[in-house]
Design a protein around this ligand. Structure first.
Ligand code: 5GP
Length: 126
């Protein structure tokens, strides 16, 4: 089954400039902006500009240029925020909620970058 992209999802509207955002970084194929409901002192969402529903959709169907641009943008945001341990930062967590079990709310591919405090266990104990 292929994915069907909803062009009226909230991130599509942000990309069209219909809803304001707190931009951290914009590149040819990628936008990074602060989450409106931060779950940590630093909480940035990184999204491709293309119409991809979720991570596997993007990874399987995006162009190499889009994938490289997105991946480099994630790295740049981590560096800009001083998070990279290689430069003395305290680290971060990347999350790509996907589908119903991943509890994805917005059907536009996005990566959460969370940081700024110890983030606890990766998942709560069942
Ligand atoms: P998901 O649960 O789909 O992985 O995460 C969606 C995220 O988008 C949530 O963390 C939510 O706070 C964020 N979000 C939803 N609407 C907006 C918005 O209008 N602006 C911004 N900056 N973030 C939003």
């Amino acid at each position: 089954m292929s994915y069907s992209y909803d062009p009226d999802n909230i991130f599509a509207r942000i990309l069209r400039g219909e809803i304001p955002n707190d931009t951290v970084l914009e590149t040819d194929h990628t936008l990074a902006f602060r989450d409106i409901t931060p779950q940590a002192p630093a909480h940035v969402l990184v999204i491709p500009k293309g119409p991809y529903v979720c991570y596997d959709h993007f990874a399987n169907q995006a162009t190499e240029a889009e994938i490289v641009d997105f991946t480099r943008a994630v790295g740049r945001v981590c560096t800009m925020l001083g998070l990279d341990p290689g430069a003395g930062g305290s680290g971060y967590r990347l999350i790509a909620n996907t589908g119903s079990h991943g509890i994805q709310e917005v059907p536009h591919m996005h990566l959460h970058i969370l940081a700024g405090r110890p983030l606890g266990r990766m998942l709560p104990r069942p």
